[in-house]
Ligand binder design. Structure first.
Ligand code: SAM
Length: 498
């Protein structure tokens, strides 16, 4: 604890020396924070984050980080010829792989790194999907999610292998060349980098990366719903990088209230996105993400996420009966089928020879007929029921399991653990077995062993397992919300307006 406080003081002093400031006029001052922001703990939203030290007005400049304080591949290569020569020999590596290697290389310098005070304050571990073990991946239960987690792990592994030779040439310490270290560095890059125009991997922005996330919401101007500033490099496939590159959206991005790199002041600037009261946590929108994407790239989920989406598998004929993109056919967290999903289903439920004549109505979100609407609602409701039925556990079981996991995390004595184990059978036991906690048949011995080993690695496994259960529970609740929505509207189709 004392060490943590000391590290934080060192970081703030270092940051002030680097010209990072939260002063109202944006000019560097003796202390980096304290004019607008302070570092605090917000257990309900991200843990360590930035709080307002005074009332802040929407649009106010609240933090400025000069370019020289940004951790970028470019700045590291300029300062280190050995690194620059080695990386030039591996030009096939992606900008993200290069930034990851730069980070590991800099960590390897220890106290002699100019970034040392910053590096010391980076999280020791992460929970992004690529860190999920086999057990945690299976605990997601939903095929698409399991597949996303498997892809995340295999992508990380292959990127690490591709960079191995470079890391050997750089003579990194063995522990920094390990896959574990790679995962740590790639999670750091994935969850903390911010967009800059000159490097697709983005930059690490000391102090600016203490802002926790809030989904883009009502305070935004609508453009924010397309993309925030953090983490340009890992955005979902086919989505934002293209958007970011398009001139049209670049023009809009200048109007974001959150923040971004500003050429005229050669700094990353952050602005209050809304009015904040003194003491409130000041949040940043990193962009628009579903819960699965948040878990994949940032290692957390939001229980209330206005951008969450549940995709249900649809018959192939259904996709071809409408010209609306597959990605727009989903269920919202509140249970409402998306406009595109409803339009596609309304058309699909129409006899093929009549689809052309009603297409314009379907694409404008209109009901086609009472019967058609009832069929659509029944179809979606049945589909959601079938998905829920096919999943290994129910909403109720998952809720109980979550409370069991909380108890496991809090348990103090072997007796308590034993009680939890006997109350919540299968999955808890399976976890304890896979985590080598269960020692033979004797419950007391198992608990004693558990008491000894419930630390470090096991705690991380539990944390990730909990995220998997939270994610699938949220997914199931969305389907249940959808059933209620459809059942209600299926009975009152004439009141529905699309
Ligand atoms: C840019 S960092 C923010 C600062 C971070 N809390 C720290 O201690 O350094 C992003 C990470 O913070 C956490 N985080 C941010 N917003 C969150 C939220 N609303 N709920 C839960 N965790 C959040 C996630 O672990 C995420 O990967």
């Amino acid at each position: 604890m004392e060490e943590e406080v000391e590290n934080l003081e060192n970081l703030l002093k270092w940051a002030a020396d680097m010209g990072i400031t939260d002063s109202t006029n944006g000019n560097p001052s003796a202390s980096c924070l304290g004019h607008s922001l302070t570092i605090s703990n917000f257990p309900e939203a991200g843990g360590r984050g930035l709080g307002a030290v005074r009332d802040l007005r929407k649009g106010e400049l609240i933090l400025k980080v000069p370019k020289s304080a940004l951790f970028t591949a470019e700045c590291l290569l300029q300062k280190d010829q050995k690194l620059s020569l080695a990386i030039n020999r591996h030009h096939f590596l992606s900008p993200i792989q290069i930034l990851i290697v730069c980070l590991l290389y800099e960590v390897g310098k220890g106290k002699s790194s100019m970034w040392y005070p910053y590096l010391m304050l980076l999280p020791r571990s992460y929970h992004i999907l690529a860190t999920f073990g086999q057990f945690q991946r299976q605990a997601l239960q939903v095929d698409d999610a399991i597949w996303a987690a498997e892809r995340a792990v295999s992508t990380s592994e292959s990127e690490w292998k591709q960079a191995n030779k470079l890391m050997e040439e750089l003579k990194l310490k063995p522990q920094l060349v390990s896959f574990k270290a790679w995962l740590w560095a790639s999670a750091t890059v994935s969850s903390r980098t911010m967009h800059i125009a000159w490097d697709k991997a983005g930059c690490l922005c000391p102090v600016g990366d203490f802002f926790n996330y809030a989904a883009p919401g009502e305070e935004s101007d609508g453009i924010e719903n397309v993309e925030g500033r953090m983490h340009a490099s890992y955005l979902p496939n086919g989505g934002t990088p293209d958007i970011l590159e398009s001139e049209k959206f670049n023009a809009h991005l200048h109007r974001l209230t959150d923040g971004g790199f500003e050429e005229d002041v050669n700094s990353y600037c952050f602005y209050a996105r809304k009015n904040y009261k003194k003491g409130e946590q000041v949040l940043l929108s990193y962009g628009t993400y579903t819960n699965l994407e948040l878990l994949e790239h940032y290692g957390f989920i939001l229980n209330e996420n206005p951008n969450d989406k549940v995709f249900i598998s649809l018959e192939s004929g259904l996709y071809s009966s409408s010209s609306l993109p597959k990605e727009s056919q989903y269920i919202e967290q509140n249970g409402k089928p998306s406009f595109a999903l409803l339009s596609a289903l309304r058309l699909w439920m129409t006899p093929a020879n009549q689809r052309r004549s009603v297409g314009h109505l379907a694409y404008s979100g209109c009901q086609l007929s009472v019967d058609n609407e009832i069929s659509v609602m029944i179809w979606i409701s049945n589909k959601c029921h079938a998905i829920l039925k096919n999943l290994p556990t129910s909403i109720k079981e998952d809720s109980l399991l979550l409370s069991a996991i909380n108890k496991i995390q809090d348990y103090n004595t072997p007796m308590e653990l034993k009680k939890v184990m006997s109350a919540f059978g299968n999955e808890v036991r399976a976890f304890l077995e896979t985590s080598c906690l269960k020692n033979g048949k004797n419950g007391a011995a198992a608990a004693a062993a558990a008491e000894l080993s419930l630390s470090g690695k096991t705690k991380l496994s539990i944390e990730r397992w909990k995220f998997a259960v939270q994610w699938r529970l949220r997914y199931k609740r969305t389907l249940a919300n959808c059933i209620s929505y459809c059942d209600e509207l299926g009975l009152l189709p004439c009141c529905q307006t699309g």
